[in-house]
Design a protein around this ligand. Structure first.
Ligand code: ADP
Ligand code: ADP
Length: 225
């Protein structure tokens, strides 16, 4: 029996993955690995990978599988990920999912479960168009659903709040298209492996958090972690 939790968090853009990541970080001693955050750091630092990834990200397209698989594979091999992890935003294609499986198998490990935070398209559009993030650490806000205490300033670290380049309406529409075409097939993929767990992402953040915690607690019992 696996003595670790290797979890995947996925769902449409704007489903609340980042928001839940913040909350779950406090609950479980598992590293939270977000390929979107890793890519944005590479863009900021103007690394070779960042320079290659930027045009895809700005258009709302997926960064090519080979680049992502190499980046994520390297991260998963680091010490802090050896006892389990929560992945956010990876895998996003079936090819990435099979690459992840191979990488884990080479270490004698496997995915414990894939948690889908499900939200309909209209809600995605509402959430992404009102999303604001802090420049320092990417803390999430929403102009209507989760406004900061002071206009355009992060409650947590005082840095400035901005709108992400890929949260513009035309890019949001493309990201949704890409989600349905490339990432949604992962639902069937993980269903067929018996690893899918569905979470209703339309409820308020505290309810969604409670549901995810309950799912993870059940998995822990089943896996004897
Ligand atoms: P969101 O959480 O809003 O969906 P992310 O921060 O996860 O967005 O990702 C931002 C962008 O980074 C994506 O639109 C895509 O261009 C790129 N990206 C992140 N993860 C992956 C991945 N696993 N495969 C391909 N592209 C990715
Ligand atoms: P993702 O990481 O999946 O792209 P985020 O966590 O960044 O999504 O959330 C997208 C936007 O929606 C943010 O502005 C966030 O404040 C807001 N949001 C997140 N969860 C909820 C929720 N359950 N109800 C309403 N708004 C939410």
């Amino acid at each position: 029996m696996a003595a670790e939790l290797n979890l995947i968090l996925f769902g449409p853009p704007g489903a609340g993955k980042g928001t839940q990541a913040e909350r779950l970080r406090g609950d479980f001693q598992l590293p939270f690995i977000s390929t979107g955050e890793m890519l944005r750091a590479n863009v900021r630092d103007q690394t070779e990978l960042g320079l290659k990834a930027k045009e895809f990200m700005d258009a709302g397209d997926l960064v090519p599988d080979d680049l992502i698989v190499a980046m994520a594979g390297e991260r998963l091999g680091q010490d802090d990920a050896l006892d389990g992890f929560i992945l956010d935003g990876f895998p996003r294609t079936v090819a990435q999912a099979t690459a992840l499986e191979r990488k884990l198998a080479s270490m004698g490990r496997r995915v414990t479960a894939a948690l889908l935070i499900d939200v309909p398209d209209e809600e995605v559009i509402r959430r992404l168009s009102g999303r604001r993030v802090c420049v320092k650490a990417g803390h999430n806000y929403h102009v209507e659903f989760d406004p900061p205490k002071h206009d355009s300033v992060c409650d947590q670290d005082g840095s400035r709040l901005i709108q992400r380049d890929d949260d513009r309406p035309d890019v949001i529409a493309n990201r949704l298209r890409v989600y349905h075409e490339k990432t949604k097939p992962l639902v069937d993929y993980y269903d067929s492996l018996g690893l899918m767990r569905r979470i209703d992402g339309t409820r308020d953040p505290a309810d969604v958090h409670g549901h995810i915690r309950a799912v993870i607690a059940t998995l822990r019992l089943e896996e004897n972690v």
